[in-house]
Design a binder for this molecule. Structure first.
Ligand SMILES: Cc1cc2nc3c(=O)[nH]c(=O)nc-3n(C[C@H](O)[C@H](O)[C@H](O)COP(=O)(O)OP(=O)(O)OC[C@H]3O[C@@H](n4cnc5c(N)ncnc54)[C@H](O)[C@@H]3O)c2cc1C
Length: 517
């Protein structure tokens, strides 16, 4: 039997010392959660850490978390997974636990080879359509900030954290309230995951792009896929986990009348500040090494339009990346390494975009068109004023003053910048809401609006612009038997952990069809 213990300590206080002095009856403990509270640090209040522990006294033991493998009937044969991002990989890892081999199709390279292609894009503007920040083994998660926090409630969240730890993530990943791996650690872990799958009889086709789904004669069932090399691979269970940037996959679904509906998302900019500035705003006198790079989360709703503007995917001590997948478009996103030690901190600052109001929904892929039209404006701007690789950027102070920046401060963005007036790129309603939101945010975090802060644009791929509709119980497409829409691209996840959990849920659904009842 174990017990729960909750308390708050000053951030400098040692946990073991505290326990031995105040709870000598505790002989062992596990940290269920640990979260930093730095509110009012800028008013001189020392930051606190809230702890939730599971503890045992003399003679007691921790309960075992059992991995309950039920009695199975005939196992599903060779499920086919399209996409080796978090959703696809965690689906495969779940099948592995039941001894079911899968076939994975991945359009890009092994994780460790992706950087060569990405570097060419950032430094020379040469985009590889199959190997970029979004595509390749590990998916979009590989060059992510590696934040594993999620708002979804699922028992599989802890399971995902534990699996990350099993593959070499730092142990605290299993208990801190804001687990963060950073791009450098994620890259190592993904390689280990796929090695394990390969060693255990799973097959992965790299550099193999799915061109089309294959359908039964009556068109009601998905029976496999056609690859770009002409090969056909057949399966009764096709898991579609291709992420939110695979436009040709969405086109193929539309042509074949797979059930989809337009979905709301958000569009805006990346805001980048010198890290020291954010640290001092958030941590006041305590800013510095001990507390690490500071985080923030901001949101505001316009009472007239009821539109939300909010920060998203904040990357303390991180980098802004050019993360597009189309030759005629520019997109930005953010990442950091585990140490979060770059000289900058960035976050997406986005405005909600409503399907049917802000973009046309006569065409189910109207949201994709909306995204692309902004990304293309950014590319054309960059091509006309620089080489087409540089990211359009503007000082925050210039943006609010309504004038183009003439010179720009240093940036973390490896693609370089082109001084811009972002009004020429972003839709007017996005500009208007960002202007108002920035002023509000500056009241909440004095100094947030600064001439040393930059806006880089556009941030358009915040989530999928469609939902691929599936049955709530079986997770099968409502229009096509055999097809399991999965992960972020299908509209069922928004981040690494939720995508991984969705992959596991889809695997569970397929496996559960063989439960002996
Ligand atoms: C720069 C960046 C930073 C991010 N930071 C964070 C973060 O800190 N925390 C967080 O939770 N989330 C972050 N995200 C979002 C996160 O990466 C995604 O939510 C997550 O990766 C979605 O997982 P997924 O498996 O559904 O799709 P994806 O990761 O997009 O994977 C899809 C996979 O499918 C493959 N594929 C696509 N089309 C085909 C095809 N036709 N044939 C074969 N294979 C195909 C792709 O190559 C890719 O490997 C970030 C994203 C980016 C781009």
């Amino acid at each position: 039997m174990s017990r729960k213990l909750q308390f708050t300590l000053d951030f400098r206080e040692d946990l073991d010392d505290f326990l031995s002095t105040n709870h000598p009856e505790v002989v062992d403990y596990r940290i269920s959660s640990e979260s930093l509270d730095a509110r009012k640090a800028n008013l001189g209040r020392s930051p606190k850490i809230h702890y939730n522990l599971t503890v045992v006294h003399q003679g007691e033991t921790f309960e075992k978390e059992v991995n309950d493998f039920p009695n199975l009937g005939p196992l599903p044969q060779n499920p086919l997974i399209i996409g080796a991002g978090p959703a696809g990989l965690f689906a495969a890892l779940r099948f592995l636990e039941y001894g079911i081999p899968t076939t994975i199709i991945e359009r890009g390279e092994r994780a460790h080879k992706r950087m060569i292609h990405i570097s060419k894009y950032w430094r020379k503007g040469q985009l590889d359509g199959d190997n970029n920040v979004c595509f390749g083994e590990g998916g979009a998660g590989l060059f992510s900030d590696g934040k594993l926090i999620t708002r979804i409630k699922s028992t599989f969240v802890q399971y995902v954290m534990d699996l990350f730890v099993d593959f070499g993530a730092p142990p605290e990943t299993a208990w801190v309230s804001n687990p963060h791996l950073g791009s450098n650690k994620i890259r190592q872990l993904i390689g280990k995951m796929t090695e394990k799958l390969l060693k255990n009889g799973h097959t992965i086709h790299y550099n193999s792009r799915v061109e089309e789904l294959l359908f039964s004669d009556d068109k009601k069932k998905v029976i496999g896929v056609l690859l770009n090399n002409g090969d056909k691979i057949l399966s009764d269970h096709v898991i579609l986990a291709t992420g939110h940037s695979s436009r040709e996959v969405y086109e193929n679904l539309k042509v074949n009348e797979v059930a989809m509906k337009p979905k709301d998302f958000a569009v805006g900019v990346r805001i980048e500040h010198p890290r020291e500035l954010i640290d001092s705003i958030q941590h006041g006198d305590f800013a510095g090494k001990e507390l690490g790079a500071a985080r923030y989360r901001l949101s505001w709703e316009d009472s007239e339009t009821l539109k939300g503007s909010y920060s998203f995917c904040m990357c303390p001590g991180g980098y802004v990346l050019s993360s597009g997948t189309d030759r005629d478009g520019i997109v930005v996103n953010g990442m950091s390494n585990y140490a979060r030690n770059s000289r900058w901190s960035n976050a997406a600052l986005v405005v909600s975009v409503a399907a049917g109001t802000d973009f046309e929904t006569d065409d189910v892929l109207g949201g994709l068109e909306f995204q692309h039209s902004i990304e293309n404006k950014a590319y054309e701007y960059s091509r006309q004023h620089a080489s087409g690789r540089e990211v359009p950027a503007q000082r925050v102070s210039d943006f609010l003053a309504g004038k183009k920046s003439v010179d720009l401060p240093k940036t973390s963005c490896p693609s370089g910048l082109v001084a811009s007036d972002l009004r020429e790129i972003l839709p007017p309603f996005v500009v208007g809401h960002l202007e108002k939101a920035l002023k509000v945010f500056d009241q909440r975090m004095a100094g947030f609006v600064s001439e040393n802060a930059l806006l880089l644009a556009p941030e358009t791929r915040t989530s999928a612009p469609v939902t691929i509709i599936r049955d709530k119980q079986s997770l099968l497409s409502t229009s096509h038997v055999g097809l399991y829409p999965c992960g972020e691209g299908a509209g069922y996840a928004g981040g690494i952990t939720s995508a991984a959990v969705d992959g596991i849920k889809v695997a569970e659904s397929i496996i559960s069809q063989s439960f002996v009842r």
